[in-house]
Each structure stands twice: as structure tokens, then as C-alpha cells.
Ligand binder design. Structure first.
Ligand SMILES: [Zn+2]
Ligand SMILES: [Zn+2]
Length: 341
């Protein structure tokens, strides 16, 4: 079968490898579609903040079921979350599931950018495999994981109905946040980015006002729109250090800034910490998701409460993974990019 491997920085190769053999408790899935995530781009560039396995926003059809697997059958259409927590360790007992040491160790083999992949027994057993209802296409179902990540980030905002929120970065995650926050009952949503194409998409996804940071200062813009107060919460949906500064400067006193985009490994941030203290600003990171939120994501999509058409702009064949990653890395006139077999 064909599968993509990262053989060095910016060296993605599609190679011919044997179809993985499954054992007890494991499941073999035929890939139908897999989204390209910002972390795939970061891994390809040589920064390994997370394990170097490519493709995790993946859906497919079960083609083989190991001994002892319950509740899954050949032919089931599934979303398979690549990581699963142990639910027993110190982190898990505190609800910090994505910090569980087992979380990054459980992974799909060889990854989502492959014709077939094996789902580990732990993921199958602990509920990381979700059946996709008939009304949801494989393409749409690739959004379950990114939507789950955004739900987890949104839960950390401690929002009240009517609150104003600023989203910095109008990539796929920023746009999902815009739709999700509207559902959660926020007031106005402001979005900033450096690319007009993406800002136009943000307007379609429900932004009240958008700012191109190349042309205007987003901090001044949101201050003007909030009588000088600042917004109640900010989501930094990009790994840019400058965006974190803008987030801290745009939030009101007592407000929350959620760090959602992955900064580059080793990125150093300089800021007047006294301001964070005296203004009681909460700076909260949100990394990844678990089946707690992927189930919520699936439910929102199944009930058509969260409608994300227009988010997937490009589709590439497995052979062209390297081109897909290149387009995603440019971050310009594309939004969600997916890979199909
Ligand atoms: Zn992802
Ligand atoms: Zn754990």
C-alpha cells in the first residue's frame, strides 16, 4: 500500500509498504479522507512539538477487526482519534487528559496519510473510534478532530452570553471558532489575519468585523469597537509570537487569552508581566482534544447545528501529499486541505 513518511525536514515521501497486520483488540481501517493540520505542516518543517506521525484528522472504513473488539464491524464508517489518554494517571485524574504520558504514545500506524492504517487496541477500547452517521460525508467527518480541538479551546474561555471575542488568525481553526462561538451565544466576533482571502471567509463564517494586520492595528481597532475596554476573550489561532502580544493587548482587564496555535519550538516571548498581573489577564493554552470533545463535535455536525461548508477548499490525492503540505504551509488562498486515497 502507499503511505506518506517524513524522512527529514521538508522531505515527505510516499512509499510502498506492507499493509499493517492487526492483533488482538486492534482494527484495520481503509482511509477515505484525512485533513491536513497545522501540526502536520510544523512537523514537515522539522519542528516536532508532537510525535512525527503525519495525518491524524482521518476517517475511513473498517476492513478488519481483531479478536476481542466489541462494537465495531467490517464496513463501519469511522473517525479514529489518533491519541487516547489512560484515564488513570495523575494528569488524567485532574482532567488534564492531553497531558497524559500515554496520550502521545498511542498513535495510528503508520498514520492517516496512508491507504490503510492500524488503530491501537487502547484507542479502540477507550472510545477513540466514533461511528460516522449516514448524514455526514467522509470529507465533512475529517473536521471532527479539528472541531473537537476548538471545542476544548472554547471551554477554556469562561464566556458569558453576549461577550465580545477576538480571533487572531483566520485559518481553518479560526473559522471553526467563529462558527462555534456564535453557537455558544457570544456577542460580537472580531477576526484579524494577514490574508484578505481568509478575512473574507471569516466574514462568511460570522465575523462582525475583520482587520488585516498588515494595514491596520488590530489592537486599536478592537479597542475602538469596545469603548476602550478591550474584548472579553481572545483566541490566538496562530503560532505567531506577535499574535500573542496582540491578544494580550486586546483583551479587557480580567479577560482570557487562549493560546491555540502551536508556536515554533524554542520561540521566546517577551512581555511586561506586571500588566498581566495587575490586569488579571488569564493566559491559557489549549492543546489537542479527546473523545470528550470529538463526541460533542460529531453531535453538533450530526444535528446540523454546526455547518462548515466552504471550509474545505482543496483536495489532493495521497501521491501529492507533499504538494498539499506546501500549500498549507503558505497559508494564503486555501483553508482546510484534505487528502484522499
Ligand atoms: Zn489536527
Ligand atoms: Zn493518563
Amino acid at each position: 500500500m502507499k503511505a506518506a513518511f517524513l524522512r527529514g525536514p521538508s522531505d515527505v515521501r510516499v512509499e510502498d509498504v506492507p499493509i499493517p497486520k492487526i492483533g488482538r483488540g486492534e482494527v484495520l481501517v481503509k482511509m477515505k479522507a484525512c485533513g491536513v493540520c497545522g501540526t502536520d505542516v510544523e512537523k514537515t518543517a522539522g519542528y516536532f512539538l508532537t510525535p512525527p506521525v503525519l495525518g491524524h484528522e482521518v476517517v475511513g472504513e473498517v476492513v478488519e477487526v481483531g479478536e476481542g473488539v466489541e462494537g465495531l464491524r467490517v464496513g463501519d464508517r469511522v473517525f479514529t482519534h489518533h491519541h487516547v489518554p489512560c484515564y488513570k494517571c495523575h494528569y488524567c485524574r485532574h482532567g488534564d487528559y492531553t497531558m497524559c504520558e500515554e496520550f502521545p504514545r498511542t498513535n495510528l500506524d503508520p498514520g492517516g496519510f496512508a491507504e490503510y492504517f492500524k488503530v491501537p487496541a487502547a484507542n479502540v477500547k477507550r472510545g477513540a473510534v466514533l461511528k460516522i452517521p449516514r448524514g455526514i460525508s467522509f470529507q465533512e467527518a475529517t473536521l471532527i478532530e479539528p472541531v473537537g480541538c476548538c471545542i476544548r479551546g472554547a471551554k477554556k474561555l469562561s464566556l458569558q452570553p453576549g461577550d465580545d471575542v477576538m480571533i487572531i488568525g483566520a485559518g481553518p481553526a479560526g473559522l471553526i471558532f467563529a462558527k462555534l462561538l456564535k453557537l455558544l451565544g457570544v456577542g460580537r466576533i472580531f477576526v484579524s489575519d494577514l490574508v484578505d482571502f481568509r478575512l473574507a471567509a471569516a466574514e462568511k463564517f460570522g465575523a462582525e468585523a475583520v482587520f488585516n494586520s498588515l494595514r491596520e492595528d488590530p489592537v486599536l481597532a478592537v479597542k475602538n469597537l469596545t469603548h476602550g475596554l478591550g474584548v472579553d476573550a481572545v483566541i490566538v489561532a496562530t503560532g505567531s509570537i506577535e499574535a500573542i502580544r496582540q491578544g494580550l493587548d486586546s483583551v479587557r482587564k480580567g479577560g482570557t487569552v487562549v493560546l491555540f496555535g502551536a508556536p515554533l519550538k524554542g520561540a521566546v516571548f517577551s512581555y511586561d508581566v506586571s500588566k498581566i498581573f495587575i490586569q488579571e489577564i488569564s493566559l491559557i493554552p489549549s492543546y489537542s482534544t479527546t473523545e470528550l470533545e470529538t463526541n460533542m463535535a460529531l453531535r453538533l455536525m450530526e444535528t446540523k447545528r454546526l455547518e462548515l461548508s466552504g471550509l474545505i477548499t482543496h483536495s489532493f490525492k495521497l501521491d501529492q501529499v507533499a504538494d498539499a503540505l506546501k500549500l498549507a504551509a503558505e497559508g494564503k488562498e486555501s483553508l482546510k486541505i484534505i487528502i484522499t486515497p
